[in-house]
Design a protein around this ligand. Structure first.
Ligand SMILES: [Cu+2]
Length: 294
């Protein structure tokens, strides 16, 4: 399935890079606890992506982290974080290369930014426990249909508890979107603006690809472009939508956050993670939803 996406509208949450100065004792030698808790900013990690690989930091602080994926390549990219646990990186790499969700069941997917178009950045806030992580891009290559991971877009990074680590979650002032088999459930306070809590209340790994319908286009136009049968090219002409970011690789019972600033219009939320039982992308099981932002 071809997914040619153009980004707009997603304003990344930009907190100052974690300098940690607010957590130092004041001149009198006693820390102002209230100020410290309120002012300590989350670590912010920027990762560069291109065909086909990531520029990863040596390590990432544990806790809540703002992850910006900057795309300096020519194709759309994403980065999903998975805690390896007892799974070797070699096994993760092999399973990620074919998006083999059964073989990936031993790792803990905790999310990441999705839908970064060439020249653009997408930010998401994820919670990372200390340990070794695998990262991967599952987006299919426009030319051969293979996941970017199979072309080498996988990596390994260590997460370490540091003085920069922040355990208090972001304040969600933009509502909640719950993900499950096979639907998206925005709550009544979701408006497409502000920091949105994204919860996986299901049992499988999910993602949200956010696309704005272009003027005059409909949900059916998006479906006929995005859900073509394998081996079938999409209809001719430009995509009927514009990418607005999203999140990828959120495992069962995991929570993450993304700050959104969606302009008014109709949007489509979509998940392409495969169902382990059938191999079908979740979108074909019903995980595609139109939402109106006013
Ligand atoms: Cu899904």
């Amino acid at each position: 399935m071809r997914r040619a996406l153009i980004i707009i509208g997603l304003i990344a949450l930009l907190s100052p890079a974690g300098c940690g100065s607010s957590s130092k004792p004041n001149a009198a030698g006693s820390a102002d606890t209230a100020t410290t808790l309120a002012a300590k900013s989350r670590p912010h990690v920027t990762i560069d992506a291109k065909e086909f690989g990531y520029t990863l930091p040596a390590q990432i602080p544990a806790g809540w982290v703002d992850v910006t994926l900057h795309n300096s390549g020519k194709a759309e990219h994403q980065i999903a974080f998975a805690k390896l646990g007892s799974v070797s990186f070699a096994a993760f790499k092999a399973a990620a290369s074919t998006t083999n969700v059964k073989a990936l069941s031993g790792v803990q997917f905790v999310g990441g930014p999705n839908g970064a178009d060439p020249g653009s950045s997408v930010t998401a806030t994820v919670h990372l426990e200390p340990g070794a992580y695998g990262v991967a891009c599952f987006i299919p290559d426009d030319h051969d249909g293979k996941p970017h991971a199979e072309h080498g877009m996988v990596g390994q990074v260590n997460v370490v508890q540091t003085s920069e680590s922040v355990e208090s979650p972001p304040k969600a002032d933009g509502g909640t979107i719950s993900l499950s088999e096979f639907t998206f459930l925005p709550d009544a306070s979701f408006t497409g603006y502000g920091t949105v809590e994204i919860k996986n209340v299901g049992t499988q790994v999910h993602e949200i690809i956010i696309m704005k319908e272009n003027a005059g286009k409909t949900l059916d136009d998006v479906k006929s472009y995005m859900l073509t049968p394998p081996g079938t090219p999409p209809p001719p002409g430009p995509p009927p939508f514009t990418s607005a970011g999203g999140i990828v690789g959120l495992g069962s019972h995991q929570t993450m956050y993304q700050t959104m600033a969606l302009t008014p219009g109709k949007y489509v939320l979509l998940c392409f993670f495969p169902d382990p039982a059938t191999g079908l992308p979740h979108a074909l099981k019903g995980m595609i939803k139109e939402v109106t932002i006013s």
